[in-house]
Write a protein that binds this ligand. Structure first.
Ligand SMILES: Nc1nc2c(ncn2[C@@H]2O[C@H](COP(=O)(O)OP(=O)(O)O)[C@@H](O)[C@H]2O)c(=O)[nH]1
Ligand SMILES: [Mg+2]
Length: 195
């Protein structure tokens, strides 16, 4: 797939504020600061489409980006930010649950983990959630530029294992700095979208 057109459509918390058409969704989820917004910008080749934040934990809404007038790329709010209250964690949980229950438009979840780090308990919880809802998943190992070239492949395989995924689940090392993996990721996404 080549992304020719990408536009921000809306931010939402409740289902009633989601885009109301029948277009498919591909959602991006991961720890706060792992590189979700940066990846959206790099995939779409637009510097400022999604807001990249130096302050983790800032995104509290579900952001919908319409790609090629064909599907939504959905930026889900990050998890694992230490300084949020219990009440905020709970509202995050119910927002995510409401989103996952949509089921039918959601064709694939891109789970992003930092290639340098062991998955956290929250990453593993997210995996359980994805499995529970039987959502097709693809892993992006972000910030691959931070790792020596020879360590990238073995580390990606290690992450798949640590997350408890089978070999059917693609793990794509990516970097928005070196641009590695971006074309591969876009090619992988074709498999989840209708012709
Ligand atoms: N070196 C490097 N830094 C990255 C990469 N992707 C994101 N970052 C940095 O990580 C920080 C968090 O990125 P952001 O996209 O806001 O993460 P989000 O909270 O998951 O949306 C920012 O300082 C980015 O510049 C990458 O591929 N390589
Ligand atoms: Mg973000």
């Amino acid at each position: 797939m080549e992304i020719k057109k990408a536009e921000f459509v809306t931010s939402a918390v409740k289902t009633s504020a989601y885009p109301q058409d029948e277009l498919p969704h591909i959602a991006i989820v991961g720890k706060s600061n792992v590189g979700k917004s940066s990846l959206i910008n790099a995939m779409t080749n637009q510097n400022k489409l999604a807001r990249v934040s130096r302050q983790p934990g800032k995104t509290r809404l579900i952001n919908f980006f319409l790609i090629n007038d064909k599907f939504y790329l959905v930026d889900l709010p990050g998890y694992g930010y230490a300084r949020v209250s219990k009440a905020e964690q709970e509202s995050w949980g119910s927002m995510m649950d409401e989103y996952f229950k949509l089921a039918s438009p959601l064709k694939c979840i891109i789970l992003i983990v930092d290639i340098r780090h062991k998955p956290t308990a929250e990453d593993k919880q997210m995996v359980e959630w994805i499995k529970y809802y039987r959502i097709p998943v693809l892993v992006v190992a972000s910030k691959a530029d931070k790792l020596g070239k020879t360590r990238i492949k073995p580390q990606a395989a290690q992450l798949r294992k640590q997350l408890g995924f089978s070999h059917q689940v693609p793990v794509v090392p990516c970097s928005v700095v070196s641009k590695q993996g971006l074309l591969e990721l876009l090619a992988e996404l074709d498999a989840y979208l209708p012709e």
